[in-house]
Design a protein around this ligand. Structure first.
Ligand code: ADP
Ligand code: MG
Length: 567
């Protein structure tokens, strides 16, 4: 500790580069400080440090982390506490550029596996970013001393040593309950659960926080209500269960259809207490599928949904730099089957109409031979039968879908009703006049093998894959655009995707033999066994990563304009 103080004093007022001298590990009374990486100048990305606390001296007993969901929850809890304590300090000390900033990877409403705080058997590691202070480019050692000898020890004291059992217990119990519901869904043929009383609408289109006033709490229709036993609670939780198969969410415009679907999309992640969606739980294999014209597609066999295009263009290995609405959505469906999805979440609002439906009149006017598209209405059942993939579809206008639904939920003034019986009666009384075009089976899925040159992030001499916010990864010469991934929920997930792409490239994982599914399995296994940070090439400090699902990683890979595949 004194070594750090001396080093700092000896470089006071010197040029910024002299800060390099403080890289190293220092023992403090209650923790170890590792200064892993010192920034090159005050305007560069802040320096990376780790604070390593001996766990035995904290309230975090072994039982609180004896399952993976529990460990992740405790890490999340500590992260939020450190973040809160850091905000008690003035955001920046005096100085230029990022001088005096002390940051941690701030979490939102979700609980994700992250690298920012890592709880191991013996230690708790907190990763911070520190803007080493300078005036112009002159080192301000006194300011740096205040950060390392006052601010960080005080934050660690309050956030980590100040942690009490009564803080841990509710967080861990919620984790246990959410986990129990996830397991229950899997074991009982359910895709999703929405608890009575849940608050689904959000504050605004750009906020993940709950709508404060005027939110109508969710209440299950009696026919769809189920009760799930959960730990730490004598009463089971009650709410609406959505079964496997084909479920429609219908209703008038502005009556809350998309809001329900979005809550289901987000339910693949756990939410913190107070979010309103703590007990909105969706099978973690559920994937939002939408149209995204303009995206690139590489050698996807979209023939189950879209047959030969004009001028005989085959679709068994469909590639384009500029997909249309329907081809983009069809490609996304096939890619997500390939990645192992268990359910598709689809909203009419964001779909290509012609991929969803071709009504009786259009069938009469345009012969099947002149229409490459087999609409989803004729394939959803086969998709479920052949691949076990359920559909939850929001429809406001496409009544033909009543024919194929197992369950129909009607939203009326934000309240759901089970109208399955009525829907079946109407479907029988008012035939759609359409002919089914889908055939007996969905069709074969050809797994693709990416070629090694697909991953090429070289820009000049350096490999470069850098996340710029949540929806853009600067990848080599081009930008990889992820705006359509509605289940990508955290900037740190995007960083992890960028890191994973770079990792696979440097390790030569694309050897022309592994399928995309095998690559996804391999990354997941690596994350499970060696930790999320193991894909990072930073020494010691993994940076700020949050774990994405395999589907978002697959979606990123599939949108790389350099992707080349063989089937
Ligand atoms: P739809 O898809 O049926 O047209 P939306 O789901 O987009 O309707 O909802 C329309 C508006 O109603 C949105 O602004 C949404 O935030 C709000 N809303 C949805 N559900 C609720 C609710 N339970 N309580 C209050 N407002 C809600
Ligand atoms: Mg809508």
């Amino acid at each position: 500790m004194e070594t750090l103080r001396q080093r700092l004093r000896s470089i006071d007022q010197k040029g910024y580069k002299a800060y390099k001298a403080i890289e190293g590990t220092y023992r403090f009374p209650t923790f170890t400080l590792a200064i892993d990486h010192v920034q090159g100048d005050p305007f560069a990305e802040p320096s990376k440090v780790r604070v390593i606390v001996p766990r035995a001296k904290t309230a975090l007993a072994a039982e609180w982390t004896d399952t993976k969901p529990r460990r992740i929850r405790c890490e999340d809890l500590l992260l939020r506490r450190v973040h809160r304590e850091l905000r008690q300090w003035p955001l920046r000390a005096r100085g230029s550029g990022k001088s005096g900033l002390v940051l941690i990877d701030a979490p939102g409403q979700k609980v994700l596996e992250r690298t920012a705080v890592q709880v191991a058997d013996e230690t708790i590691t907190v990763c911070l970013s520190v803007g080493l202070p300078a005036n112009g480019r002159r080192i301000l050692a006194k300011e740096a001393e205040a950060i390392f000898f006052e601010q960080i020890p005080s934050v660690i004291e309050r956030a980590v040593y100040g942690l009490r059992e009564e803080d841990i217990r509710p967080a861990v119990e919620l984790a246990d309950q959410q986990h129990a519901i996830r397991r229950y869904l899997r074991e009982h043929g359910l895709v999703a659960f929405v608890k009575n009383g849940a608050i689904l609408p959000r504050e605004s289109g750009v906020s993940d926080k709950p709508l404060q006033c005027e939110a109508v709490p969710f209440q299950s229709p009696p026919e769809l209500e189920i009760a799930i036993p959960i730990p730490h609670c004598t009463e089971p939780v009650k709410g609406m269960g959505i079964r496997k198969g084909i479920t429609l969410i219908v209703g008038g415009g502005y009556h809350g259809k998309s809001t329900l679907l979005q809550a289901l999309e987000h339910g693949v992640y756990d939410h913190i207490a107070g979010d309103g969606r703590e007990f909105v739980i969706t099978d973690s294999g559920a994937v939002k599928i939408r149209a995204e014209d303009g995206r690139s597609v590489a050698s996807v066999d979209i023939s189950p949904l879209i047959g030969a295009l004009p001028y005989g263009k085959e679709t068994t290995q469909f590639s384009t730099e500029n997909a249309s609405g329907s081809t983009s959505q069809a490609a996304s469906m096939i890619e997500m089957i390939e990645a192992g999805a268990s359910a598709f979440l689809i909203d009419e609002d964001t779909s290509a109409t012609n991929l969803l439906i071709r009504d009786g009149r259009m069938q009469a006017l345009v012969a099947k031979e002149a229409e490459p598209i087999t609409p989803y209405i004729d394939k959803a059942r086969q998709l479920f039968r052949d691949y076990g993939i359920s559909t939850v579809l929001v429809v406001g206008g496409l009544g033909d879908y009543l024919d194929i639904a197992d369950c129909v939920i009607k939203m009326e003034q934000y309240v759901p009703f089970d109208v399955t019986g009525e829907a079946k009666r109407i479907a029988a009384e008012m035939p759609s006049g359409r002919k089914a075009e889908g055939g007996e089976s969905f069709g074969r899925i050809r797994e693709r093998i990416p070629l090694p040159e697909s991953l090429n992030s070289q820009k000049g001499k350096k490999a470069k894959a850098v996340a710029r916010g949540r929806h853009v990864i600067q990848y080599g010469q081009t930008d990889l655009l992820l705006y359509a991934l509605e289940q990508l929920v955290d900037d740190s997930q995007t960083r992890a995707i960028a890191a994973a792409l770079l990792y696979m490239e440097r390790k030569g994982w694309l050897d022309g033999k592994k399928t995309i599914r095998q690559l996804l399995d391999a990354i997941e296994e690596q994350w499970d066994r060696q930790g999320l940070g193991s894909v990072s090439f930073r020494k010691g400090n993994p940076g700020e990563l949050a774990r994405p699902r395999r589907f978002e990683l697959a979606a990123a890979l599939n949108r790389l304009r350099s992707l080349r595949c063989i089937q």
